[in-house]
Design a protein around this ligand. Sequence first.
Ligand SMILES: Nc1ncnc2c1ncn2[C@@H]1O[C@H](COP(=O)(O)OP(=O)(O)O)[C@@H](O)[C@H]1O
Ligand SMILES: [Mg+2]
Length: 1292
Amino acid sequence: MAVTKRAGRNKAPNQPVKQQPAKRGVQKASYDITKKKEVGVTDLTLLSKVNDEEINNNLQKRFESHFIYTYIGHVLISVNPFKDLGIYTEQVLESYRGKNRLEVPPHVFAIAESMYYNLKAYDESQCVIISGESGAGKTEAAKRIMQYISSVSAGANSASIQKIKDMVLATNPLLESFGCAKTLRNNNSSRHGKYLEIQFNKQGEPIGATITNYLLEKGRVVGQIQNERNFHIFYQFTKGASEAQRQTFGIQAPESYTYTSASKCTAVNGIDDVADFKETLRAMDVIGLRQSEQDQILKLLAGILWIGNVYFVEDEHGNAAINDPSVPNFIAYLLDVDADSVISSLTTRIMETSRGGRRGSVYEVPLNVVQANAVKDALAKGIYNNLFDWIVERVNASLNSQEVANRTIGILDIYGFEIFENNSFEQLCINYVNEKLQQIFIQLTLKTEQEEYVREQIQWAPIKYFNNKVVCDLIEEKRPPGIFAALNDACATAHADPYAADQSFIQRLSNVSGNPHFEARQSKFVIKHYAGDVTYDVEGVTDKNKDLMIKDLLVLLSKSQNSFLAGLFPEPVDTGSRKRPPSASDKIRTSANDLVHTLSLSQPSYIRTIKPNQNKSPTEYDSKAVLHQVKYLGLQENVRIRRAGFAYRQTFDKFVERFYLLSPKTSYAGDFIWQGESREATLQILKDTSIPVEEYQMGVTKIFVKTPETLFALEHMRDRYWHNMAARIQRAWRNYLQYRIDMATRIQRAFRRSKGGEPALELRDKGNKLLAGRKQRRRLSMIGSRRFTGDYLACNDKSGVGNFMVKTLIITEPVIFSARAETLTSKFGRSSLRVERILILTRAKLYIIVEQVLNRQLSYHIERTIGIANIKYVGVSNLRDDWFSVVVEPSKEPDSFLWCPLKTEFVTQLREVRPSVEIRVKDVIEYKKKANKYSTVAFIIDNSVSGHFDIYKSGKVHVPSGLPANSVSAPTPKKKPGIGIKANTAGKLLKKGGGNAPQGYQLSQAASRPTNQPQQQQQQQQQHTPHQQNNAPSASRSTFSPAVSAATFALAQTRISSRPETGPTKTSSTASRPMPPIPALVSTLTPASIPAVTSAFSMVSSPAVVAQSQSRVAPQTVIPPPPPPPPAAEPKYKALYPYTANSASELPLTLGEFVSVKNKEGNGWWLVCNSLGQEGWVPATYLEEIKVVVRPSPPPPPSSNGPIASTKRKAAPTPPVKKSAISTQSTPVSSTTPTPLGGGSSNTTLGSGLADALKKKNEANQSLAGGLAQAIKMRAGKMNSDDEEDDDDDDW
Ligand SMILES: Nc1ncnc2c1ncn2[C@@H]1O[C@H](COP(=O)(O)OP(=O)(O)O)[C@@H](O)[C@H]1O
Ligand SMILES: [Mg+2]
């Protein structure tokens, strides 16, 4: 499991360095406490008293409450429940996914999860060693691990990976059928050992597997003790064979065969052999065994069954003879050999004399019945054994990975320790292997652990435990010879007579009699295994050890016409060979040691299975039997060592490799930047992650972490790191996108400023002259920044709102003027009604367009088209109203009577197209309603009409008085000196001092440094004198043209002035106002920063400006809203009280002093400018607004949000986006304080609403992680404070 690491491999010990104190205060992981109530302790290390009895009690309590799993640290103890507890469902499996051991109740899935996690996270091969008595639940545990890994491992979408998973899972039923049998201990007892290694690629996808097979108990094929069974497959086949198979292979019921019926047990409760047979065949299909291969397997199984049915009788010479030749004949048919050869190889033996090592004569010796039966059984065992090996090899061939896989998860499911009444060679081998596994366990957990503490100079109190190496040596040692060596020697010297060989073995055992774990007892001997004393019978042991198939049989089988069978015995049969082949004990020793080696290459996990009773009972807890297991498994020692030990150890290198991201000293932007030793890096990481110093010890080459919680905390921080970085990247990208929009806007604005404005201004002046002195003027027409830009509905702009309209109406000529207007429709018997229209003027035509919503869709139609050439004159009144007539010739056409606040511009544009159009100014307007039906509209000054427009009623227009007819427009605002285009120079998206940065940039950068020092501020103001601006040599090097550069600079400054400030401590909004840092990348533009917009109606904003103002909505969702910008027509404010400034950014007020307000911050502070031009913040409550009004004709409000006089009247042409905002206004409200467009309070409210939401969201985000995240935040805080740029995440 994750938390136990073995001794470092090939690591040169670093010099120990004095430990640095680490910071305290890391929060331990807080784990789900809502899980099912546990009984006893889930981890035996938590027992208050550690002894075998307490351990046993705890296990019993838990077993009785159906908690079969308990930990000792990372070792899982599993008590066989002998019933389905419903704890392996998909749902349960899912609940273990991605969880660490402490988050979820103990479970075999948790072990599997940690193996798979470690495989991926640490790139280390894993293995799980499952040990325990026969029937304790090893095979079940192994299957559950396979189930889990197959389910959670990646590659679900890949057919080939899925196939591998299916095949791996299919190996279970296949190998169980051939390798498991019902024994007294276990209905599904594994009669072979199996080590399955699943191979993974870098993505953690299983790409293949290999199975290593250990010593099949082949003796079971030919005989079993009473009430046990042969291997499952024989019962499956004999019960489940198809009719065709029965015919072809001569298959009958299991009762018909000696090998399956002699032990008088052909059926087992809970085992459905027929169903299992189908499952076996299906598994063969899944693994890819061809039908021919499957048939061959079945054919050989039939052959084995029939071999068992050969009966020998004694002939007259006392030799074995076969009465009924039909059986050997049928065997010959099944094995594809000659029938006579079958008989002769079963009843005779080829003998060869030898003298002095040279071959002598060869002759045939007849066998007696006993010998013949032994030969017969040898034949059956040989075939089955090799068939089993072939199946394993065949499975491996199918599972063989095409890719290179260097990481594996190994699952060892081996036959458990067993003690029978009569124990023979098989039990010796099985128990030897278990002894070796116990040794590995001791090596890796107890001994190595303690040795490592010594080696690493870790403070540690040693714990005593029983080391079973002495028993392993007793069995496997060569010098002095152990039991296996004695056995081999006995076989070598007395090969002819089994009895003599057994006796020789007994004599040789005297060599080991000195071993305290050995006891000789006549024809038996006792080995004191770690798990108990076992008495072994000597009889037949040497024969079994020889494991030789009689050469005659090998010759027989190799001559088979059946290439499959012949292939199972492929070695060229050398009947003259005298070289001793490896004995069975040689094989098991070699493979056990190989296994130990293989396991030692992987990170081990342990499952120790315990068998609660011998009766397979789900309720019985045989306390004595379990206590015995608790003792021999060494659980107590395990707990003690665990309690004193460390949950996790890792070499400094590996530790740093995994966690370097957690310290800003070791990582930067995901890269490893540490220059020094890994030991110091480890300390740095621990320090920066605030791991308490008592939580770990520094060894010589490794760090030792005390509790798993600490490791999990580190892992958690590491996970969060990726999460945070992903968020950063996203933010950076979003900022970048916004930055692009911002920059585009700047460029557009600069361009408009420098190029676009002039002709429109000239046209305005021209237009004003047209009516000069003849018609009263509206206040808003006087605004100096008003321009005649013509196409207010953006018909010419591809993305403009009017473009859709002209396309729909197929007006292809360029639009010179477009605006919303109104006209009158007559209602019978009633006064005419005002209705909305759209005016479009092109070079050739004037269109009057109706806009309607039909079937929820906007539709347009042209109500009237007037040829420009036909327009005779335009009639207007002499008052300030917005009505005009378009009078046409020939006179049978009706004229148009229209209302449009942009009437002066309309007339001006029309005259541009057709200079001969006359403009008639009279006190009435006359026009033809229809041909020959004239109508006259009178105009009456009526100051009771509130609002900014006029009222039409029954041929009379009531209009408030306007400014005198000879009023002159305010002069066009001049560009403020010192304001120019300022390059965007701040923010991380730009390289510092980068590229071809112009000098202007440097100037502005200097100016943009935030400061609260007035002195510095003054310097900056000086820097922006016109002189400096003009002299800026930057222009020549700038990528901007000088003009554009200057304009952009000005705009940038304007923009800065509209930047949000959080309080009065910030500096003024003059051109030299310090630019706040980073947010430069986020657009904070308000509409007010564009003079054309701030100073006029929304409807007179140019299409491009409309587009900008739309695009500016988004940024307000990103940052707190800017305060309202200074209105163009500044209302005056009076100081109600004197105010003393408390800081340089505040402005003192004297009682009654008049100031203008530049910026109304929502926090109660306003930025004001006094008569001396000084700016500063004052409390809003100190000021009273002075309504500056031109008395006789109050100016109309320029606000699109503002009120509009008269019923359902539209103020003026407006881009559709704003339409609803104005058309819904019906109550005329008088206001003498024009609200600046877009800077109005509603915008601010919206903005601050969003800002609040954003703030809340941030707060929520911050509080989300809680617990461990706190630690991460602490670290992040450290990281940031260490960072020279001291940015927070948002500043990317
Ligand atoms: N976790 C379990 N849940 C339910 N039954 C189990 C469990 N483990 C084992 N068993 C039962 O015990 C029997 C023996 O288990 P098995 O794994 O074959 O033992 P081993 O391989 O250790 O000899 C299984 O066939 C099954 O019936
Ligand atoms: Mg088993």
